[in-house]
Design a protein around this ligand. Structure first.
Ligand code: RUQ
Ligand code: CUA
Ligand code: CA
Length: 596
């Protein structure tokens, strides 16, 4: 750690210590782990062999660039969905020349930093169609099709640096809102520190292209939308517009920004925008109708969460021990924006994110206190001193927390996941880099019960859940044949030019459509491969020795790869997915003739 970094760390400690002294922290509940016996707890997360979990959990894979799928309550890891990573097999072959590789490479680097998975909604409930995930490091967003669990689109968002909070605009996914966390030049592309700004981008959910962007008075951190499609909210922690950590904590208050989407759409119609990098950018200081409302919130707020009934938006204080409750119906009714604040309960130290059970209770993660605090929203607004209902210790330093279906209008209020940043002593040590801890909490009762813990790769970020009964019937088992599929009798080699060859092949247990094919050294070879299996879970692979090629094909799927056959000789290709007793024999030869 260099001296400067050490100073920042010390500064962070000072800020937190100051809060600890100043915090009049309500402790209405007591710190008590579940009193139940371990065997009872275990039975509450046990899923017998052959049975399914009740919930899918989609977790952001942090710097791995993936989305992880777990089952809840068991905590069983089911699979990972490659998004911003060139993984061989499903999703991406890590060689140029495959569609999926090209999709990733066209949008930026071959890695990403994922934070926030969000699910598509219809009528305010999850419809099981799409999942989006941000890439903070490269200002991107991606869409995953939940029928196949495959990444279908990735785009870099113009005029924005560090895509952080993303949210679906409820109730019908009219936009995806993406936040720019870092202030930088707008337009980007030349050094001009005077023109720093940040935008909230309103994207087309399918193409991910911005339909418009709104210039914000500070940076944009975490966001959410109202349940009626009208408002997009963001926390702003750098209203100072500073470029150093010291500068970013100067003010006692930052803000929640509320963008009136209808007013923004009206501004677009009136032509009240500037076109920057091909995007319509609205400057809210120049519109006829008021587009942006700025509500003061203490201090460097983080989480931004709308209650399931759509009445309130909550800003978690981070450097203030409070959560600010804003009455959404008052935002455009009051002269003084502070009058839209319905309450500001103390909850504990380092509040980061809040989630809901649909029964009027909020659950806020406390990073510094390493706790989840359960509190009643209406009681807190009414000033009833018993608003804190319970606290449970988590291990340790919890960031996001999410309850089952809490982002919809109908949370199930059954489980809550605490996604902890540090596990310290919780698991077998595996070197200085420790896994992080995810803890499952039962929230069906008045008191919370900590049920179980399961590790995550550093670092676990956010999670969203779907009921298995809502999603599993929509997941396809075999892909539909596409127009470019190779038919059963269609395996062949076509020379299309003096140095260009197209190879078409099928794969079915336990044979490729061609036992061998011959090309010339230096030929550009395009292989089109179709898995013509029609039964579920019969995947085949296709790796070519020495060429760095590995495709994975689901039943019915067609994949292509283009490469230059620059190494003469015999190169076996073989199946990389164990598919039958003759799996090892499922292979063939690419014969590369020397050019004489
Ligand atoms: S942030 S720990 Cu990237 Cu989600 Cu709050
Ligand atoms: Cu096909 Cu192994
Ligand atoms: Ca600040």
């Amino acid at each position: 750690m260099n001296t400067q970094a050490r100073q920042y760390w010390i500064l962070g400690t000072v800020v937190v210590a100051g809060l600890a002294l100043g915090a009049a922290c309500q402790t209405g509940g007591q710190t008590a782990p579940g009193a139940a016996a371990p065997a009872d707890l275990a039975s509450r997360t046990y899923v017998p062999v052959g049975e399914w979990d009740k919930y899918y959990a989609f977790l952001s894979g942090g710097q791995s660039g993936a989305v992880y799928v777990y089952g809840l309550p068991s905590g069983r890891y089911i699979r990972s969905i490659p998004v911003y990573e060139p993984r061989a097999g499903y999703g991406y072959a890590n060689v140029p020349g495959t569609e999926t590789y090209e999709m990733l490479a066209a949008s930026g680097p071959m890695w990403g930093d994922t934070h926030h998975p969000i699910l598509s909604e219809s009528g305010g409930d999850y419809d099981g169609k799409h999942l989006w995930i941000n890439d903070k490091a490269n200002s991107r967003i991606a869409r995953i099709d939940l029928r196949t669990f495959e990444t279908k689109a990735i785009a870099r968002i113009p005029n924005l640096q560090a895509t952080h909070g993303i949210a679906v605009v409820s109730p019908d996914t009219s936009y995806i809102v993406a936040n720019g966390e870092f202030q930088a030049e707008i337009p980007q592309g030349r050094l001009d520190t005077d023109s720093y700004g940040a935008v909230m981008a309103f994207l087309d959910p399918m193409t991910l292209e911005p339909r418009f962007e709104v210039l914000m008075p500070g940076n944009c951190d975490i966001n959410d939308s109202s349940k009626d499609g009208r408002w997009a909210f963001t926390t702003i922690y750098n209203l100072e517009n500073a470029v150093t950590v010291e500068g970013m904590i100067q003010r006692e208050e930052d803000a929640i920004g509320a963008v009136d989407i209808h007013a923004a759409e009206a501004a677009l119609e009136r032509g009240e925008f500037r076109e920057i990098n091909g995007v319509k950018v609205i400057d809210p200081t120049e519109t006829t109708e008021k587009v942006l409302y700025v509500i003061p919130v203490p201090k460097n707020p983080h989480g931004c969460d709308v209650t399931p009934d759509g009445k309130y938006v909550l800003g978690a204080g981070k450097l203030s021990p409070t959560v600010t409750v804003i009455d959404i119906s008052k935002i455009d009714q009051v002269e003084n924006p502070r009058d839209a604040i319905a309450g500001q309960p103390d909850v504990g130290l380092g509040p980061l994110h809040t989630t809901f059970d649909g029964r009027g209770n909020a659950y806020t993660s406390l990073f510094v206190d390493s706790q989840i605090v359960k509190w009643n929203i209406e009681k807190a607004i009414a000033g009833d001193p018993t608003y804190v209902i319970d606290r449970v210790d988590v291990h340790y330093n919890v960031g996001h927390t999410q309850a089952t279906l809490a982002e919809t209008m109908h949370p199930t209020g059954e489980y809550l996941l605490a996604l902890n940043k540090l596990s310290k002593d919780q698991y077998l040590p595996v070197g200085p880099t420790m896994p992080e801890a995810q803890e499952l909490i039962d929230i069906t009762g008045e008191k919370m019960t900590l049920l179980s813990s399961f590790p995550a790769e550093p670092e676990p970020h956010d999670a969203v859940f779907m009921l298995a009964e809502d999603l599993s019937p929509k997941v396809v088992q075999t892909e539909e044949l596409t127009a470019d599929a190779v038919p059963e009798d269609g395996s062949r080699v076509e020379r299309v030019g003096p140095d260009e060859v197209h190879v078409y092949m099928t794969a079915i247990r336990s044979k490729y459509g061609l036992n061998d094919f011959t090309v010339k050294e230096g030929d550009k070879v395009t292989i089109t491969l179709t898995n013509i299996e029609t039964i579920r879970d019969m995947s085949h692979g296709f790796a070519v020795e020495g060429y760095g090629i590995n495709l994975a094909l689901d039943p019915g799927q067609t994949r292509k790869v283009t490469f230059v056959a620059d190494k003469p000789g015999t190169h076996w290709y073989y199946c990389t997915w164990f598919c039958s007793a003759l799996h090892l024999e499922m292979r063939g030869r690419m014969l590369v003739e020397e050019r004489g």
